[in-house]
Design a protein around this ligand. Structure first.
Ligand code: F6R
Length: 607
């Protein structure tokens, strides 16, 4: 999705803006641009395509010490040079970069055209630039404020004006924005990754807030000019977390980070001996949570798959009715919510528009809301009544990997925490936690045999259709395995609860078709081996994910990828790892851009 970076200080701004744009690349974009403040005039450079194309247009020795930059993900208008941001007013005096969507764009455009404004682009953002210009009377902050009162929709913006060469005005309403604090300099960005190499001190802006940013000062107010005071916070991440560190791709790095990431996620939260779980975010609402009559888990994509594992965990351990809902459906379908309903939003980025909207809807209807979120200070984290962070560091690869396992781990801890306050015995909780404690080490064991998944990918990467089958806790993992494969290798894959196969999809199976079956030990084992036999009878090639020591399965499958033994509710944390690796290697073998798959963005902040 779109990204914003801005700099005002003592150093040449351009290299800082370009580096920031590069660090925003992972979010997905189709054009990029910068505006530099040069001797009382703005110098705008922008182009469709990669940042390297933009760079060719720039004089990297340029001296200006303030500017703004943007990576655009096309929504209003095609990804062309002219639609790229920044957008300027007619005089070229004011430039705007904008994430989000202005809803009354049509009406604004019509109004401005009637006033004689000629539009050059198809974007909603250009209307904002013209509007600010109409209000400008020597005070950029004031002009932006007046313009924003005419705007409806979601936005994060940074605005500069050639008459005020060391001022950036930023505003936020529905898109992330933070201000980086340095010595004699400030940065503004939509993502901490963009500024991390310059400062770890940040001020997170909230919806409905504006900031006038100069090298030495930040003046924050509400849109209605009421002063706002915010604490400076420290970004927890290190620079190494947003760099490749010797790996070919962020996705591979993040797959391999999972033992450590899960360790970070569990650290200080579980205690096997006493069977207790400490989740600071739940302390104040534990009473309400244990009394809840219903849980609704909501999210999108991979986060939705993690939520589905959560549904199984919650019902088994807490014994409270739980449903998983696509956030995009929930927000529009007039859901029944009463004060006994708890809605839990699951999201890596904390910025996914559908999940955020579902949450707002749930809150308005009186539900207690919780977040299971990775990005600290993100919109969902702020909007929820309470929640539990993943603490797995930034996830840069577009395909979510370590966030999935951490989301499942957090939901498992929540289930055990609340289960203990209801029906779960201390002994059962202690057993569960002991098994959970082993997970990071067990993931490391699977990763030691990562080459096995590569062999599978080499054998089947040429097939255009794959099936993924699972039952019980491994049904969501089958969905997740299929999603991983399609999103990065562009192979069509379908995930199914294995028993559903006979109701239609079995017709797809043909000689040699790769069918990944999660057939780990447990209550579903006999049923799933039965499904394997059904696939084999129709010529499908079985790639089984099985529990170490299961020799029987080797007789039924072309390939077996083994995972260590763990209780069924925790199996998704292990069985997903070989599926992430298969998808990764298949994508590499097919020459796909693993970290930036076509048509996809890291964080989907538009509907
Ligand atoms: C798939 C993937 C997406 C995200 C989804 C939700 O690998 O990354 O399906 O899981 O867009 O994103 P978050 O978790 O940021 O809300």
């Amino acid at each position: 999705m779109c990204g914003i970076i801005g700099y005002v200080g003592q150093r040449p701004a351009l290299p800082i803006l370009i580096e920031g744009l590069r660090r925003l690349e992972y979010r997905g974009y189709d054009s990029a641009g910068v505006a530099l403040m040069e001797r009382g005039k703005l110098q705008i450079s922008k182009s469709a395509g990669r940042i390297s194309v933009l760079e060719q247009m720039l004089d990297m020795q340029a001296k200006p010490k303030a500017g703004i930059g943007h990576t655009r993900w096309a929504t209003h208008g095609a990804p062309t040079d002219v639609n790229a941001h920044p957008h300027t007013d007619a005089s070229g005096r004011i430039a705007v970069v904008h994430n989000g969507q202005i809803e009354n764009d049509r009406a604004l455009r019509t109004y401005l055209e009637r006033q004689g404004v000629e539009f050059r682009s198809d974007t909603d953002t250009e209307a904002l630039a013209h509007l600010i210009s109409r209000f400008y009377q020597g005070n950029l902050e004031q002009a932006v404020r007046q313009a924003l009162h005419e705007i409806s929709g979601a936005y994060a913006i940074a605005v500069v004006c050639s008459d005020e060469p060391d001022v950036i005005v930023a505003a936020r309403n529905g898109g992330p924005l933070l201000i980086g604090v340095g010595k004699g300099e400030h940065l503004v960005a939509s993502d901490p990754a963009a500024i991390l190499s310059h400062t770890t001190q940040v001020v997170y802006m909230s919806d409905g807030e504006m900031a006038r940013i100069t090298p030495d000062h930040v003046h924050m107010t509400t849109l209605d000019a009421i002063p706002v005071t915010r604490e400076i916070e420290e970004i927890e991440w290190g620079l190494e977390q947003i760099e490749l560190d010797g790996y070919d791709h962020f996705m591979l790095k993040e797959i391999h980070e999972q033992p450590e990431a899960l360790q970070d996620c569990l650290r200080g939260r579980i205690e096997a001996r006493s069977g207790s779980i400490h989740l600071g975010g739940l302390v104040d609402c534990t009473r309400e949570l244990t009394r809840a009559r219903r849980f609704i888990l909501t999210g999108c994509g991979t986060a939705w798959h993690a939520a589905l594992v959560g549904e199984y965990l919650f019902e088994e351990l807490i014994r409270t009715p739980t449903e998983t809902e696509y956030a995009s459906e929930f927000r529009y379908r007039n859901p029944v919510i009463d004060d006994g309903t708890v809605v839990i939003a699951v999201s890596q980025s904390g910025e996914t528009a559908d999940t955020l909207a579902a949450l707002v809807e749930a809150k308005q209807r009186g539900a207690l809301t919780l977040g299971v979120v990775n990005v600290v200070g993100s919109s969902i984290a702020r909007e929820t009544d309470s929640g539990v962070y993943l603490h797995v560091g930034p996830e840069i690869g577009v395909a979510s990997t370590k966030a999935f396992t951490a989301q499942v781990a957090v939901l498992a801890m929540m289930a055990c925490y609340l289960g203990r306050r209801k029906h779960l015995s201390p002994a059962a909780a202690s057993q569960f936690i002991t098994a959970l404690e082993q997970i990071p080490k067990q993931i490391a064991e699977i990763l030691e045999r990562a080459g096995d998944a590569k062999v599978v990918a080499e054998r089947y990467a040429g097939f255009e259709n794959w099936l993924y089958l699972g039952r019980g806790y491994n049904y969501p993992v089958a969905l997740e395995g299929a999603l991983k494969l399609k999103e990065i290798s562009y192979i069509h894959a379908e995930g199914l609860p294995a028993a559903e196969m006979k109701h239609g999809p079995i017709a797809l199976i043909h000689e040699g078709m790769p069918v990944v079956v999660i057939a780990t030990s447990g209550s579903q084992y006999d049923r799933i081996t039965n499904n394997i036999a059904q696939v084999r009878a129709r010529g499908g090639s079985i790639i089984a994910i099985a529990t170490e020591g299961d020799r029987q399965i080797a007789k039924m499958a072309e390939h077996v990828l083994y995972v260590p033994d763990t209780p069924e509710p925790l199996q998704p944390l292990l069985t997903v790892i070989p599926l992430q690796l298969i998808a990764y290697h298949a994508a590499v073998l097919r020459g796909c851009n693993v970290d930036k798959p076509r048509n996809l963005a890291k964080s989907v902040t538009v509907e």
